[in-house]
Design a protein around this ligand. Structure first.
Ligand SMILES: NC(=O)c1ccc[n+]([C@@H]2O[C@H](COP(=O)([O-])OP(=O)(O)OC[C@H]3O[C@@H](n4cnc5c(N)ncnc54)[C@H](OP(=O)(O)O)[C@@H]3O)[C@@H](O)[C@H]2O)c1
Length: 372
């Protein structure tokens, strides 16, 4: 297949359009003149669609809402939204961020990723017009899991991860690399759905999607984000890593005392990369792009994040007092491929931290701990 030329090729669809990343993808596309079909779980949720509809007054493109349920993706839930589209940006995943929809078992998480993406791909094929699907995977499919029972302990110390990594190494050695010996001296195969539902789900979904793309002439291109921060569009985005940043600004934390290693990317950079990937002549079926730090400033320990927040928000008493994690716990990976192949110009880490903090405060997600 080939790249799309741009908005002139027809409308595009974004799944998970209400979400933290998805809403930024819609924003970027509308700003660049695309007519976007924003696929949301429930179009009547004013708190999750108002910031999408407002885009109709801002960019040169437009937004139209479509109600589509991922859980019904195999029943053609996305058929109508994708009809006539040139590209689909598949961002949605039921990752449990909206507690009102209940809790997932590991099997739900795994199947939710794999089966739902299979249904989304089927709707692309049925449309007959979709040239590219840009899938939001995760560095979970690149870095792989932590060792069982050891929070923040990484299997490969000081490894610099790249797009060639499949859960921490080559795809061929995936299973054998995830065998550990437990405290009773017994071998445990840890690369399974029960213990690694999300990581395995993302990785298997990527592989399945590339194969489907090759069979049906649709380019499947993947972005793999790590710790995502950036502007929140509403209170509903007060989840995940941005919630943890909010805790620090509120004078508290739920991080383990031994600290934590970050590898930060801005939602605006993920959105830009996705649009660039849709029109790139270099990207092709099976291309992956790590969505991680631009340089080492984006690979901080929690202590470094706290120092940057103290500089950015001098009036706030940022929670702190951590020990840096061991060097072997650091997450080393850069988004060099997206910069070099697609021309991404990533935001500065301090800009990302600033806008995350400012929008957490603006939307009333947190009560900052102002200095007395
Ligand atoms: N944030 C990160 O740090 C991070 C890192 C790596 C990868 N990712 C990946 O990035 C993608 C977007 O995540 P996010 O951070 O933007 O989280 P998010 O804000 O929770 O977005 C998830 C989106 O998926 C939608 N969704 C969930 N279940 C659905 C269903 N049954 N039917 C239709 N839509 C459904 C949600 O819709 P509702 O608004 O209706 O709930 C929401 O729009 C996910 O694939 C996630 O795995 C995120």
């Amino acid at each position: 297949m080939s790249a799309i030329s741009g908005p002139e090729d027809g409308p595009v669809a974004v799944t998970g359009a209400s979400g933290f990343i998805g809403s930024e993808v819609v924003t970027n596309l509308v700003a660049h003149g695309y007519n976007v079909r924003a696929c949301v779980r429930d179009a009547s949720r004013e708190d999750k669609v108002s910031y999408l509809l407002e885009l109709n007054d801002q960019g040169s493109g437009s937004v139209e809402l479509y109600s589509c349920d991922l859980a019904k993706a195999n029943d053609g839930s996305y058929d109508e939204a994708f009809a006539g589209c040139s590209a689909v940006f598949h961002v949605a995943a039921n990752i449990g961020t909206d507690k009102s929809y209940g809790k997932n078992t590991p099997r739900d998480v795994y199947q939710g990723l794999l089966d739902a993406t299979g249904g989304v791909l089927e709707s692309c094929r049925k449309a007959g017009t979709v040239k590219r699907l840009i899938y939001t995977s995760s560095t979970a499919a690149v870095f792989g899991p932590r060792e069982k029972g050891h929070y923040n302990t990484w299997r490969y110390e000081n490894h610099v991860f790249t797009e060639d990594d499949w859960a921490g190494g080559s795809y061929e050695t995936l299973e054998e690399r995830h065998i550990i010996t437990d405290d009773n001296g017994e071998e445990q195969h840890t690369w399974n759905i029960e213990t690694q539902a999300y990581d395995k789900g993302k990785l298997d979904t990527e592989k399945m999607a590339y194969e489907y793309g090759a069979q049906h002439g649709i380019d499947v291109i993947t972005v793999c984000p790590c710790h995502v921060l950036g502007p929140l569009k509403g209170k509903v985005h007060h989840v995940l890593w941005q919630r943890r940043l909010g805790l620090m600004l509120g004078g508290t934390t739920d991080f383990p005392p031994e600290g934590f290693s970050w590898n930060i990317i801005d939602t605006r950079d993920i959105a830009e990369t996705q649009r660039l990937a849709a029109t790139s002549d270099v990207a092709q079926n099976g291309s992956r792009y790590l969505m991680v730090a631009a340089d080492e400033s984006g690979e901080p320990t929690t202590d470094m994040v706290i120092d940057m927040l103290r500089e950015l928000f001098p009036d706030i008493d940022i929670a702190g007092g951590y020990y840096p994690p061991r060097a072997s716990h650091r997450l080393y990976a850069k988004c060099t491929k997206a910069i070099e192949e697609l021309g991404l110009k990533p935001h500065d880490i301090k800009d990302t931290l600033r806008v995350t903090g400012e929008t957490l405060i603006k939307h009333g997600c947190i009560e900052p701990e102002y200095k007395k």
